[in-house]
Design a protein. Structure first.
Length: 95
C-alpha cells in the first residue's frame, strides 16, 4: 500500500510541476492565478498523501494551505477585477 501512495504522490508532484511551468509562462493574470491554485491543490494532495504514510500531523499543514489558497482566490477576484477595470479605462497609446 505504501508503494501505491508514493507513486500517487509522485504523480501529483509531476502535475504540480507542470502547473508551475504554466504559472511562469501564463499569458494573463487569470491563467497564472489558476496555475497557482493548481499548485496549492497539488501541495495539499501531496501533504495529505504524506500524512497517511508517515505523520498524521502533516494534515494540519495541508488544511492550513487549503485555507490560504481559498483566501488567495478571494483576494484575486476582489482586487484583480478592480485592476482589470483600471487597465481598461486607460486610453490606448497611439490613438
Amino acid at each position: 500500500m505504501t508503494e501505491f501512495l508514493v507513486a500517487a504522490a509522485c504523480l501529483v508532484l509531476v502535475a504540480t510541476a507542470l502547473g508551475l511551468l504554466r504559472l511562469l509562462r501564463g499569458p494573463g493574470d487569470a491563467e497564472r492565478m489558476m496555475a497557482a491554485q493548481l499548485l496549492g491543490t497539488g501541495g495539499i494532495a501531496a501533504l495529505l498523501l504524506g500524512s497517511t504514510i508517515s505523520d498524521p500531523a502533516i494534515a494540519d499543514a495541508a488544511l492550513t494551505l487549503a485555507l490560504l489558497a481559498a483566501f488567495a482566490s478571494v483576494a484575486f477576484v476582489k482586487y484583480g477585477s478592480r485592476l482589470g477595470l483600471l487597465r481598461s479605462s486607460r486610453p490606448v497609446e497611439g490613438e
